[in-house]
Ligand binder design. Structure first.
Ligand SMILES: Cc1cc2nc3c(=O)[nH]c(=O)nc-3n(C[C@H](O)[C@H](O)[C@H](O)COP(=O)(O)OP(=O)(O)OC[C@H]3O[C@@H](n4cnc5c(N)ncnc54)[C@H](O)[C@@H]3O)c2cc1C
Ligand code: FES
Ligand code: FES
Length: 1334
């Protein structure tokens, strides 16, 4: 790098306030600047790589050339601070706050119940806010488009969409039947069903949207842009330098002197490279102020588009041009604009540049195959001059490389007009429909001369089929000069198959699927070419309607949420049973809600970064921290030797070391931790620690490997009812099967976070931890430090999502952080990066289920023998309890007279798996339901009939001897069938399937019976502390944590009813171990049941204490009674306690009462499946749930919808992939796909079962946090039903394997289309697969 001159002050605006930075560090992102420098913590950090949207802000620019102001949403985690010169940034704080006024977007998302844990809410708000700045009356499509890149793990998106829907013009129309044809087709309409029915929110109380109230663009920036001559800006940081030239000439010279320096425009490639791969660029050139890179010029042959233009700008340009020219001229424009709309998310497209997308030469680039097929070219410049280079097969040389010289700069890209007789199309298939890199992508162009079907010219390019964009040249040669007919095409498929070969261990895996997609895309192109030839009157045969492929439907329609009115005689002020908004929803939507990492830094605070094992099973032979200690800012390195107390945590008789000392047993195991003055320094320190390993033989990864070596965590369990062996002898059929289910990453939006602060005397510590179990964390810290628990206070204000993943590992992490705080005597903060979190913290247990089932010709199942192997990972964690719960749910809703279950937790060399919403039940029931499906397929009968035949009837007893009534199970089932119009939909789907060759519809309905409470009796207890202050305000503390489920809101409702005061007088500040000790984890769907009773107990005590006062002054106010009580020396503080049911399970006797009661439900789902790509869409879901009398219907419906979508993710989308050496590949939202807005069922109805009562829980309610997760499996079984329809056309009937998740890959391959059948399967064992099948 040659020396560039320094100088320049960065000047921009944030929320209307001017910000000047004279020594901006090029490594600083806007997000860290906002959060750490300005303490604007509303903008959240969820992934750091542009994949989650939690950090969304609005960026505004003034364009002097057009005198216009543009607003766009962007990911602050990718925006380099230095890039912002002259820009105005709006963050959630600038949109509205409770201290000034809240914005309608914030209000509507909150009041529509679209904020649960709230961690995603500021990002959601900013995406929609930016949309409204550009389009105050958006269409529904605009809203779903704007939210493409915003992930939410809690809500299921429906309430967010419904809140935002109120901004749409068409919001007043019911839209119930899609495409605007409201209230037609005789379907139940919103008006009919919701007439006189309670609603979750009242949109009449919403603030109107008033665009005149928005912040104006700073006039100073306009003036400056108009008048101040642009100057080169240079910034130098600790390791990097940033130069922003102002002219093309200057840029060319700069690049000539520094050919290796990247040009950063959107930073969507360079940013993640720096962050995740540790690549250091000493110099960065920012050409965003070089206008030549943004020019658009039209010529008679096409259009030159500046390479610096963002993908959004290119898309808008093409869409503007499309209507200006005859269709035949705009084939490339159209294909490109369609493809552009599918690249990443809106936030990414708003900043990512066209030139950047081309130049990173990414093998999965969506644009390069289309640009290449469309005969596009680039104009490049260097100090050697200008030249034009075609974007063809020679351009893309290898992974990330093009033929351009390092000093060459792409100035613009030429997109040509198409000719008459030319057809250009683009195709892509991705793991998730939106905001996802593709698996395979393609651009295809064909040219026919007038009146002929003979191919004159053809180009076909693919992405995702090798290290770079590839041309199917031989395939094109096989087609060119031949007529476009079946014979030519059949030959072309064979050539293509030979031409684009992937080795079986190709990076990225999915080899057969990728190869079949190349054929499917060509076939899809074929269908469009035939249509074109018919339009050109070259061929006359009509394409059979059954062969045509329309895109999958995508309009999200309003759903129904049906719940019951509170009783007529209930007091108006009594909030119980009403859909009260989450008590923090507004603060969450304004960004004021404080999460662990939002707590301001204390003086001298240090940051902790972990060093983890890179080996799956090895001896540690050396630990060299010397280099780390020499780095700037590094204060200390914490190793196992520094732990003053217990170095291990004990569970079920097994020990887990806090920090590995002698040996590691998985990749990602924690070895030591670096503490430094800043996050960046701690991370650099961690990267500099050197560890020596000596590999130990035979690491075990799969359950098969573990079983073979008898590597289990004991106890293994068995349960049996009846006599299974005997029963098999008397049945008509015996069938055996196997079902494999992948794990699931919690993907709470807030990663593991903690801050431990030494009080400074008597070894006292305050720990602020994002944990579901404050007491567990307190105990663990005390043990690790060797101090009594009374010196450690654990505080939890709120948690940004947990789902079971913030119990065991969180406590271990908190111990390490506490040791660092103890050793350094400083406050220490540890917030895991998304990748670290995914690597270290474990997931839901993957399961292999084996079953043998005996059944009669009439469908009655007489015997079942089930075996479950869970992959527990390297430490015991809660795995034995997961196995217990699996075996307790192997009956689900069915009375199988002879039933045996066996379960084992396999000890492997993968990161330890842990609790996850449902705690084994979603795996347990899935295997069982798959078995039932097999039975239905063997008998050739609908699966719902087999389910009905076997469901519990009348007074029933489970396989462990618990008596219950299945009446409400049947009511849910029957109502679900009725509400979903199951029979009619089945008939319609059958017709659809007859009429469509390549698309199939599938239906499924599944029941759930879910046991509530802890089988470990001691956990069924809770305590509360309620203070009434002299002014009448009430402070409630209880043992449960608020993680989005609305527990604090419900507790407020309980206290409100019991004390007879409005919820506004009641506050819940936090959960802390010094107010309520010895708490149980907030888990097992038992939080409301247990804590609600404790709060009620405390409130009733207080109420009774006030009784004499009330009697003396019955007309007095609450405040007057409280005051009088104080003067009368009556205690205004009370504890409450709940001793829950004495539940137990005796595994020796195989009997017990492990649950207090059951929550029941049923779910219908219909999907439409594209059999050529495996792409699917849930078109309708109806859930009927028995949750007794809901304490808060909005919270409970939120739990049902959120869990359903998480289940949809588990069973159809989310895949954890491990390398053959045990390294988790999927360590962020780019590789691991959780459901996004594009996955919400198009019509999503939830009904709470009326007239249900539950004597076992507070106010007759039922626990609901976990049960409906399993209902997501209805999507899986609907996909399987659609696949079965496709297979039957190829004559394939009977049971077939389809493992979970039913990803597009699995669904497509299972369809056994003529294309997938062409792909030769690789022989297992003959190669090392890219990923393990754990
Ligand atoms: C979350 C996420 C999702 C994504 N999804 C998709 C997707 O679905 N499909 C897809 O195709 N892509 C996707 N991308 C990739 C994205 O489109 C590219 O990263 C982007 O287009 C690169 O442009 P940029 O301006 O951000 O590049 P930068 O990161 O700013 O620069 C990238 C590189 O390009 C070079 N470069 C940039 N401009 C020029 C120029 N004019 N002349 C010479 N060299 C230049 C730079 O030197 C640098 O080395 C995704 C990226 C992210 C982060
Ligand atoms: S934190 Fe920026 S997108 Fe996830
Ligand atoms: S509310 Fe969206 S992530 Fe929790």
């Amino acid at each position: 790098m040659s020396a560039e001159k320094e100088g320049g002050t960065l000047c921009f605006f944030i929320n209307g306030k001017k910000v000047t930075v004279s020594h901006a560090d090029p490594e600083t992102t806007l997000l860290s600047f906002l959060r750490e420098e300005l303490r604007l913590t509303g903008t959240k950090y969820g992934c750091g790589g542009g994949g989650c949207g939690a950090c969304t802000v609005m960026v505004s620019h003034y364009r002097p050339a057009t005198k216009t102001i543009t607003h766009y949403s962007a990911n602050a985690c990718l925006l380099p601070l230095c890039q912002l010169h002259g820009a105005a940034v709006t963050t959630v704080e600038g949109v509205g706050s409770t201290r000034t006024r809240i914005h309608p977007v914030q209000e509507r998302i909150a009041k529509a119940h679209g904020s649960q844990c709230g961690f995603c809410s500021p990002g959601m708000v900013m995406s929609v806010y930016t949309l409204l700045r550009n389009r105050p009356q958006p269409a529904m499509d605009d809203i779903t488009h704007a939210l493409q890149g915003n992930l939410c793990r809690c809500t299921g998106y429906r309430p967010i969409i419904d809140g935002c829907r109120t901004f749409c013009q068409e919001a007043d129309c019911c839209q119930a039947n899609g495409a605007g044809d409201c209230c037609l087709n005789g379907e139940e309409t919103l008006e009919e069903t919701q007439h006189e029915k309670p609603e979750l929110f009242d949109k009449r109380e919403f603030l109107p949207l008033d665009p005149t109230q928005e912040l104006i663009f700073p006039p100073e920036l306009i003036l400056r842009a108009e008048t101040a001559p642009p100057q080169t800006l240079t910034f130098r940081g600790e390791r990097m330098m940033w130069v922003s030239p102002t002219s093309l000439e200057e840029l060319v010279q700069l690049k000539a002197r520094n050919p290796e320096a990247p040009l950063v425009i959107g930073n969507t490639n360079i940013g993640p490279d720096i962050k995740f791969k540790g690549i250091l660029h000493p110099l960065i050139i920012s050409p965003t102020r070089v206008l030549d890179l943004f020019e658009v010029t039209q010529t008679p042959h096409g259009v030159w588009v500046g390479a610096g233009c963002s993908l959004t700008e290119v898309c808008s340009l093409l869409e503007k041009l499309l209507p200006q020219f005859p269709e035949e001229k705009t084939e490339v424009f159209r294909a490109l604009s369609q493809q552009l709309g599918k690249v990443g998310s809106l936030q990414i497209r708003n900043v990512a540049s066209l030139g950047g997308n081309i130049m990173i030469a990414y093998p999965n680039s969506d644009l390069n195959p289309v640009l290449a097929a469309g005969n596009c070219k680039v104009s490049v410049i260097s100090n050697g001059g200008r030249r034009e280079v075609p974007l063809n097969q020679d351009f893309f040389v290898s992974f990330g490389k093009t033929i351009l010289k390092p000093e060459e700069i792409v100035v613009s890209v030429f997109i040509p007009f198409s000719r008459k007789g030319e057809l250009v199309r683009a195709y892509r298939q991705a793991p998730r429909k939106e905001s996802s890199f593709c698996t395979v992508t393609s651009g295809m162009r064909v040219f026919f001369s007038q009146g002929s079907s003979v191919v004159q010219d053809l180009s076909i390019y693919y992405g995702g089929m090798g290290p770079t964009t590839v041309s199917a040249t031989q395939t094109c040669t096989a087609i060119v000069t031949r007529p476009w007919d079946d014979e030519t095409l059949q030959r072309a498929y064979d050539v293509l198959l030979d031409e684009l070969v992937l080795p079986p261990s190709a990076p990225g895996g999915k080899v057969e699927f990728r190869r079949s997609l190349t054929l499917s895309f060509l076939f899809k192109f074929n269908l469009e070419v035939l249509q074109k030839l018919r339009e050109m009157n070259v061929i006359t045969e009509e394409l059979l309607e059954t062969m045509q492929i329309q895109p999958l439907p995508r309009e999200i329609q309003p759903g129904l949420q049906v719940f019951q009115h509170v009783p007529k005689d209930q007091r108006d002020q009594d909030p119980v049973g009403r859909p009260i908004m989450h008590r923090s929803a507004i603060s969450q939507a304004t960004g004021e809600a404080v999460y662990c990492d939002d707590i301001p830094r204390t003086d001298g605070e240090l940051f902790l970064a972990l060093v983890t094992s890179s080996r799956a099973h090895a001896k540690i032979t050396g630990l060299d921290v010397s280099q780390a200690l020499r780095l700037p800012g590094v204060v200390d390195v914490i190793t196992a030797k520094d732990v003053p107390g217990q170095k291990v945590r004990k569970m079920f008789g097994y020990e887990e070391v806090l920090l590995a000392e002698a040996e590691v047993s998985c990749v990602g195991q924690m070895i030591c931790a670096v503490v430094a003055d800043t996050r960046a320094h701690a991370k650099r320190g961690a990267a500099a620690v050197k560890i020596g390993y000596e590999d130990l033989p035979e690491p075990l990864f799969t359950v098969e490997e573990a079983s073979e070596k008898s590597s289990f965590f004991e106890p293994r369990r068995m349960i049996e009812k009846g006599n299974v062996a005997e029963a098999f002898k008397t049945v008509d059929h015996v069938h055996q099967g196997e079902f494999r289910m992948g794990g699931q990453e919690h993907f709470y939006m807030e990663t593991q976070s903690m801050l431990v602060v030494p009080v400074g005397e008597e070894t006292e510590f305050n720990a602020y931890v994002s944990t579901q179990w404050p007491t567990g964390t307190q105990d663990a810290i005390a043990e690790a430090l060797g101090i009594p628990s009374n010196r450690v206070t654990c505080h939890v204000k709120r948690i940004g999502g947990a789902f079971g993943g913030k119990v065991v590992k969180t406590a271990t992490l908190a111990c390490i952080t506490a040791v660092a705080a103890w050793k350094t005597n400083c406050a220490v903060r540890c917030v895991l990066e998304r990748g670290e979190d995914m690597l270290i913290s474990g997931a839901r247990h993957p399961v292999l289920g084996k079953y043998k089932v005996g059944f009669m010709n009439d469908g009655r199942i007489m015997a079942a023998d089930m075996q479950y192997y869970t992959n527990a990972g390297n430490t015991v964690d809660e795995s034995p309890l997961v196995v217990d719960k699996i075996l307790l749910h192997i009956d689900n809703a069915y009375n199988i007279p002879n039933l045996r279950g066996r379960g084992a937790a396999c000890r492997t060399n993968l990161p330890s798996n842990t609790a996850f919403r449902g705690f084994g039940v979603p795996q347990s029931i899935m295997v069982l339901e798959n078995m039932l499906n097999d039975v239905a397929m063997v008998l050739g009968r609908p699966a719902d009939q087999i389910r009905e035949i076997n469901m519990y009837q009348g007074p029933s007893v489970t396989h462990y001897g618990l008596e219950f009534s299945p009446e409400n199970l049947w009511r849910c089932w029957d109502q679900c069938k009725e509400k979903s119009d199951y029979a009619a939909r089945r008939r319609a789907a059958d017709r659809f399937n007859q009429d469509n060759c390549w698309k199939k519809r599938g239906l499924a309905i599944v029941p759930i019976k879910y046991g509530i409470a802890f089988a470990e009796s001691f956990l069924n207890q809770a305590a509360a502390l309620v203070h009434v202050y002299k002014d009448g305000s009430v402070l409630v503390s209880h043992g449960g944590t608020e993680m989005g489920q609305g527990l604090h809101t419900k507790m407020q409702q309980v206290a409100s009813r019991e004390l007879g005061i409005p919820p506004s007088k009641i506050y819940i500040s936090e959960t802390s171990t010094n107010t309520v000790p010895n708490t149980c984890p907030s888990a097992a769907s038992y939080g409301t049941d247990a804590n609600g009773m404790a709060v009620r107990n405390a409130c009733q005590t207080l109420y009774q204490r006030l009784e004499p006062i009330r009697q003396k002054n019955p007309k007095g106010s609450w405040e007057s009674w409280v005051k009088a009580a104080f003067l009368d020396k009556i205690s205004l503080s009370a504890t409450g306690f709940y001793r829950g049911p004495d539940l137990y399970m005796d595994w020796d006797k195989m009997a017990g009462r492990p649950y207090a009661y059951f929550t029941f439900g049923a779910c219908f789902c219909e999907v439409e499946l594209d059999c050529l790509t495996g792409d699917y869409r849930a078109v309708r879901t109806d859930i009927v749930m028995d949750i007794g009398r809901s304490v808060n219907p909005s919270m409970d419906i939120g739990q049902i919808e959120g869990a359903f979508l998480q289940g949809l993710g588990l069973y159809t989308l989310e895949e954890l992939k491990f390398s053959p050496s045990g390294l988790l590949y999927t360590r962020g939202p780019s590789q691991y796909k959780i459901p996004a807005v594009c996955d919400v069922p198009l019509r999503f109805n939830v009904y709470l079962l009326p007239d249900s009562h539950n004597p076992h829980a507070i106010y007759s309610s039922k626990g609901i946090g976990e049960p409906s997760l399993f209902l997501g499996s209805s999507v899986f079984f609907a996909i399987k039903d659609a696949v079965a329809a496709a297979r039957s056309e190829s004559g394939l009937v009977g049971p077939f394997p389809l493992d979970s998740p039913a990803t597009p890959e699995r669904a497509c391959l299972a369809c056994a289309s003529p294309f997938t059948q062409k792909i030769p399967a690789s022989t297992p064992g003959s190669f090392k697969p890219w990923a393990l099948n754990i």
